[in-house]
Design a protein around this ligand. Structure first.
Ligand code: 16G
Length: 246
C-alpha cells in the first residue's frame, strides 16, 4: 500500500497549514504503529507525488518529526521511523557503542567538564579518600541529533591522563588509558525530568525518564566510574536475560 493510504492522508481534506496536517497524520501513524519502527520512508520526491503536495510541504512535515525524535535521517540512506532503542542490561557497553550497534550516530554536548575533589558521596561510592582528585563529565547524549540522555560521570583522576582526553567516548578514553571498567553495578529507577533537565533535553518539565546509576570497576576491584544517566522514558527499552536458578 502507498504511504498516503497507510497514513490516511488527503491533501484536500481538513484545515490549517498543509505541512502541519501531514505532520500530524504521520505522527499518528507512527504512534499507532501503522508505520513500523525502522521502516524506511519513500524519498521526499516520491512522498510529495504520492501525497499530492509540494516537496517543501513534505520536508517541513518531516523536519518536525525528526526534531521530535520520531523520524531519523541517515546520511545517504534516507529517512526512517525511529526505533525505540533496546539496551541489554547484561552487557557493559557504552552509549557510543549502543548507538553504533544500531546504525545510529552519537555525539555529545558538554554541560560541564571539570576537575575537582571528591564530594563525601562520591568518596563513599568510589571508595576514594577525602580530597582525592576526580574528573567530572556532564553531557547531553544525542543519537542522530535526538537528545536521548543526560549523563553525569565522575572518574577518579588516576584513571585518565587528563581532562581533555575525553572528547567523544568516555569508555574509549578509559580504554586507551587501560582503565575501562570490566564489571559494574547498576540500579534503575523511574524519574521525572525537572525544569532545568527538561530544557536541556527539549522535553516538557515532568516528562518521564529512567535514571540509571552505574558504578564501574577495574579488574583489581577499584571503582573507576560513577555515572548517573537520565534517559528519556519514551526512547529506551531495557532488556535483561534471566536464567532459572539451579
Ligand atoms: C553508558 C553508560 C555510562 C557510561 C557511558 C559511556 C548506561 C546506563 N550508562 O551511557 O555509565 O559512562 O555509556 O559512554 O549504559 P561513551 O563511552 O559513549 O562516552
Amino acid at each position: 500500500m502507498s504511504l498516503a493510504g497507510q497514513i490516511g492522508f488527503d491533501a484536500a481534506e481538513g484545515r490549517g497549514p498543509l505541512y502541519r496536517r501531514l505532520e500530524e497524520r504521520l505522527r499518528h501513524a507512527i504512534e499507532s504503529g501503522a508505520v513500523k519502527p525502522e521502516q524506511a520512508l519513500p524519498s521526499e520526491r516520491d512522498l510529495a507525488e504520492d501525497l499530492a503536495v509540494s516537496r517543501i510541504t513534505v520536508r517541513k512535515a518531516l523536519d518536525g518529526l525528526v526534531a521530535g525524535g520520531l523520524l531519523v535521517r541517515r546520511q545517504g540512506a534516507g529517512t526512517f521511523v525511529a526505533g525505540r532503542v533496546e539496551k541489554s542490561f547484561s552487557k557493559l557497553t557504552s552509549f557510543s557503542e549502543d548507538m553504533a550497534a544500531r546504525g545510529r550516530s552519537s555525539r555529545s554536548e558538554w554541560i560541564a567538564r571539570a576537575e575537582g575533589a571528591v564530594t563525601p558521596d562520591e568518596s563513599l561510592m568510589l571508595g576514594l579518600s577525602p580530597g582525592t582528585a576526580v574528573y567530572r563529565f556532564h553531557r547531553i547524549r544525542f543519537a542522530d541529533d535526538f537528545a536521548m540522555a543526560l549523563e553525569y560521570s565522575t572518574i577518579p583522576a588516576f584513571a585518565l591522563p587528563s581532562l581533555s582526553v575525553v572528547r567523544g567516548s568516555l569508555y574509549e578514553a578509559l580504554n586507551a588509558a587501560g582503565n575501562r571498567p570490566v564489571r559494574a553495578l547498576q540500579r534503575l529507577r523511574a524519574v521525572l525530568f525537572d525544569k532545568q533537565q527538561a530544557s536541556l533535553m527539549g522535553v516538557e518539565p515532568g516528562a518521564p525518564g529512567l535514571l540509571i546509576e552505574r558504578r564501574g570497576f577495574l579488574e583489581d576491584g577499584r571503582a573507576v566510574e560513577m555515572t548517573q544517566s537520565w534517559y528519556r522514558g519514551d526512547a529506551y527499552d531495557f532488556v535483561a536475560e534471566l536464567n532459572a536458578i539451579g
